[in-house]
Ligand binder design. Structure first.
Ligand code: CO8
Length: 374
């Protein structure tokens, strides 16, 4: 058995940014238009008027201040309210592959590796831009990687589940080095016209290089162990899929074709699930939660992360013990905990322990226990 280690990470951050103020202005313009268009039904009590959104609510409820997106103009146009992306021919790289490629090149550079050193690519994300061929295989071809590649989808936990799959293959010897990429275009499956969730998501891509520890070229993180768990829940759901055209009204603009959630329930059910998951993972390693120097948690909600951090450490975590990036990126699904890790891990000392933990739709929760080696 070989020991796996994370030797490089990379983040692709889209250039375009939407602040809460810009987002709220568009939403409120849309709400006003809808209310004007339905004034009679509203006056007759047949319809509830749409309420305005607010920047203050968004920051208080989530901690999110802005988000990066692949297209801002479409999202901010009250007549459109979704990203507008150029149609690409089948001969061009797809947009997800292009985003992942940028993050992958950064991760390979940090690891001191070239594509020839890699023999597995996993593209792990909440949604793929097409059913097949796999986006991972396209990325493999664009980078000139030999070996094999496949797509995985475990919603917000895609990255940690992908890391576990890659780490297990490295342990067993079936691959030498793996690239796990997480291109997330959450703006494409968010309902920007829904006040309850229009502020939640952003776009990004992350990449992680995992290889045998004895082949690491520089400072790295040994993967001590991983743990994945799932428990079925309808509280985060998206009913879009390939059977749409087979159903009556299947191709209509239906709300359930985008992200839907019962946020309150998710909050209440996921906080204890994740806290116990991390505590059990640590206990099986003979460790207390307080042994962790840092936690890189899924980036959905600041209050949620504060509560989980407190339960795991047994006290209020200091900001540097549990860095948040959601104020700048919003929820980027599977990529969130990897952005936090990538941007907040260089300062850890030799032997320090840290834990990446993602959680979300499914429900799904994945944790990766790491030890720093300088
Ligand atoms: N502006 C002003 N007021 C608002 C707004 C708004 N935008 N939205 C709601 N309100 C009002 C409500 O109407 C309500 O008013 P009242 O009290 O009068 O009824 C009040 O504010 C409180 O509303 P909520 O109860 O909904 O607010 P919460 O405090 O619960 O906050 C959150 C809502 C932020 C959604 C919170 O519940 C939360 O973060 N929950 C956890 C969510 C979570 O972690 N989800 C994980 C999903 S991500 C995932 O798994 C990946 C899925 C795949 C990716 C999908 C990509 C698109």
């Amino acid at each position: 058995m070989y020991k796996p280690a994370i030797t490089g990470t990379g983040v692709f951050t889209p250039e375009e940014v939407i602040t809460n103020a810009e987002l709220v202005e568009t939403f409120n313009a849309y709400a006003d238009r809808m209310n004007a268009a339905n004034a009679e039904a509203i006056a007759a009590g047949e319809m509830e008027p749409m309420q305005h959104s607010s920047d203050a609510f968004i920051v208080k409820a989530s901690g999110i201040e802005r988000r990066h997106v692949m297209n801002k103009s479409g999202i901010l146009d009250p007549e459109v309210m979704h990203p507008l992306l150029r149609q690409r021919s089948d001969d061009e790289p797809g947009i997800m592959a292009e985003m992942a490629l940028d993050a992958a090149k950064k991760a390979l550079a940090q690891a001191g590796r070239t594509p020839e050193d890699i023999d597995l690519v996993i593209c792990a994300a909440s949604n793929m831009e097409r059913a097949y061929p796999a986006v991972a295989i396209e990325i493999q071809a664009l980078l000139g990687i030999k070996g094999f590649a496949f797509d995985m989808n475990v919603a917000c936990s895609s990255a940690t589940f992908g890391i576990q799959a890659a780490a297990d293959m490295i342990r067993s010897g079936s691959v030498r080095a793996a690239l796990v990429v997480n291109p997330e275009i959450c703006s494409g499956h968010l309902e920007w016209r829904d006040r309850d969730c229009h502020f939640i998501f952003g776009d990004v891509a992350t990449a992680t290089v995992i290889e045998r520890i004895e082949e690491a070229q520089g400072p790295h993180f040994e993967i001590l162990s991983t743990r994945c768990a799932t428990q079925f829940s309808n509280n985060i759901r998206n009913n879009n899929g390939f059977l749409r055209r087979t159903r009556p009204d299947g191709l209509a603009d239906r709300r359930d074709m985008q992200f839907m959630q019962n946020g309150r329930k998710v909050f209440k059910e996921v906080v204890p699930m994740v806290s116990h998951h991390i505590a059990d993972h640590m206990a099986d390693e003979g460790l207390e939660g307080s042994a962790l120097r840092r936690m890189w948690l899924h980036q959905a909600n600041k209050t949620m992360n504060d509560l989980i951090g407190k339960k795991v450490l047994g006290r209020e975590p200091a900001p540097e013990e549990q860095p948040n990036i959601l104020q700048d990126y919003a929820n980027t699904s599977s990529a969130g905990s990897i952005i936090a890790f990538s941007q907040n891990s260089d300062d850890l000392g030799d032997g320090d322990l840290g834990l990446i933990c993602s959680f979300g739709a499914g429900y799904s929760v994945g944790s990766v226990l790491l030890r720093r080696h300088l």
